[in-house]
Design a protein around this ligand. Structure first.
Ligand code: SF4
Ligand code: SF4
Length: 55
């Protein structure tokens, strides 16, 4: 699964890049809805601070 870590600076780039709109702003940082994510990896490629990990 793809996870956004505490390194996220809430820039919103990944949310705009996700083809299925699985990413939204959470309480502390952006979050991925695991029920919507299709594991395409686009968000990882677009995060400027490498805050998204595949676990
Ligand atoms: S891996 Fe793809 S589908 Fe999943 S959150 Fe990232 S961009 Fe969206
Ligand atoms: S692109 Fe990276 S820093 Fe920006 S909101 Fe997404 S996870 Fe956070």
């Amino acid at each position: 699964m793809f996870v956004i870590t505490d390194s996220c600076v809430s820039c919103g780039t990944c949310a705009g890049a996700c083809p299925v709109e699985a990413i939204s702003e959470g309480a502390d940082h952006y979050e991925i809805d695991q029920d919507l994510c299709v594991s395409c990896g686009t968000c990882i490629a677009n995060c400027p601070v490498e805050a998204i990990e595949e676990q």
